[in-house]
Design a protein around this ligand. Structure first.
Ligand code: ZN
Length: 392
């Protein structure tokens, strides 16, 4: 199913344009940044999810499918009025190969041996749309990418997002032209999941961000799932839809061998530090501010509480809800811009402000080790807000 001729694909989201509504049921998530959560954490954030601009991606985590199905059914009968999507997280259990790009076998009875049946099973579970159960496509494996794309292109349905869990190097400079050409053949909305943390080297992060922005413009109906604030950068540059996780493990898909990076000792939760536009641990904020009063937040959850007071295990739920409320506020500001070019300009200014706040805080706190801006934030603040297609 191809809905656009290749020659019309250049710059589907021009500077002066708006995000295009995806056809069929996937249209319901157009221009939304959804909350990605496991069952374990969803109760913390459910009351603060913006029904008009967000929604829920329920990651399988350790919950069984039956329990998840019942939960989705309860959410619907309670009147949860935003999209709900079930994510089987196949990419956590399967490495894609050209012969087996999808995980079509598993311990759950709902998973079957056929791609169509697997997608139908997700809809039967109550999911508004289906995610292909794609395995992780490893570095350099364009053959598997082609094989997966060819199978998706043969599907005749408008309720499915082609989930593409990829090693980020596939979106790097050596591969981007080929990957873009392959994805333009999918004929279905695409949701990329980066299966590694962004490279800590700034020059590779900058190249990756430029290429991700490029894909949002040259491949119709493409978004990024299981991200952090990258979702806001993408939604400012024409992505179909994105999601932000409620925890470190749902904000990033990190291969099992690297998961140790998230194991920081202590009970203090991470939360969005609004002035710095970054996630920080409550105890780190407390340590950096010492006897000075840390910034207070007046969102509906914090109600004047200082960011340094998020220290215990019992604070995790509120930290998650505060973080969702904070990025949803930024999402509203981005979406109030009249077109994509203005969104991109607004987001760049937001990030420049956050970078400036790092320097102001460092001076105020006379810190030997100040808060360091994240590499991706520095890139969003310094890259051209909207590059011409000729330059990317
Ligand atoms: Zn707050």
């Amino acid at each position: 199913m191809l809905w656009t001729q290749p020659e019309l694909l250049r710059d589907v989201a021009p500077h002066s344009g708006r995000t295009r509504l995806a056809p069929g049921p996937v249209g319901a998530i157009t221009d939304r940044v959804l909350v990605q959560s496991t069952m374990q954490h969803v109760g913390d954030v459910l009351p603060v999810i913006d029904r008009h601009r967000s929604g829920l991606i329920l990651a399988r985590g350790r919950s069984g499918e039956e329990r998840t199905r019942e939960y989705i059914s309860r959410l619907r009968s309670d009147g949860f009025g935003a999209p709900i999507i079930y994510d089987s997280e196949s990419y956590r259990h399967h490495t894609a190969t050209a012969d087996e790009p999808f995980r079509l076998h598993g311990e759950d009875t709902l998973l079957s041996l056929n791609l169509t049946a697997s997608l139908d099973a997700q809809l039967l579970m109550g999911s508004d749309i289906a995610f292909t159960p794609t395995g992780v496509i490893e570095a350099g494996d364009t053959d598997t990418l082609k094989a997966a794309t060819a199978q998706v292109a043969e599907l005749d349905r408008k309720d499915t997002v082609f989930i593409l869990p990829v090693d980020p190097s596939l979106l790097g400079i050596p591969y981007i032209d080929q990957v873009e050409a392959i994805l333009q053949q999918a004929g279905h909305p695409i949701g990329i999941v980066l299966c590694q943390q962004l490279d800590p080297l700034e020059y590779t992060t900058r190249a990756l961000i430029r290429n991700m922005r490029r894909l949002c413009r040259t491949v119709p109906y493409l978004g990024f799932f299981r991200t952090d604030l990258n979702a806001l950068d993408m939604i400012a540059h024409g992505a179909l839809a994105c999601s932000i996780g409620t925890s470190g493990s749902t904000r990033h898909m990190v291969p099992a061998s690297e998961r140790v990076r998230f194991r920081v000792p202590g009970d203090s939760p991470s939360l969005l530090f609004p002035d710095l536009s970054s996630w920080q641990r409550g105890d780190t904020i407390a340590k950096r501010f010492g006897r000075r009063t840390a910034p207070r937040c007046y969102c509906a959850v914090c109600d004047g509480r200082t960011l340094a007071s998020y220290l215990d295990r019992t604070d995790h739920g509120d930290a998650r809800a505060h973080s969702v409320l904070t990025w949803q506020r930024w999402l509203v500001a981005i979406q109030r811009q009249p077109n994509l070019g203005d969104r991109a300009t607004y987001w760049k200014a937001h990030c420049k402000n956050a970078i400036a706040n790092h320097a102001i805080l460092a001076a105020q706190l006379e810190q030997v080790r100040p808060f360091a801006p994240q590499v991706s934030l520095a890139a969003w603040a310094s890259l051209d807000a909207w590059e011409s297609m000729a330059s990317i």
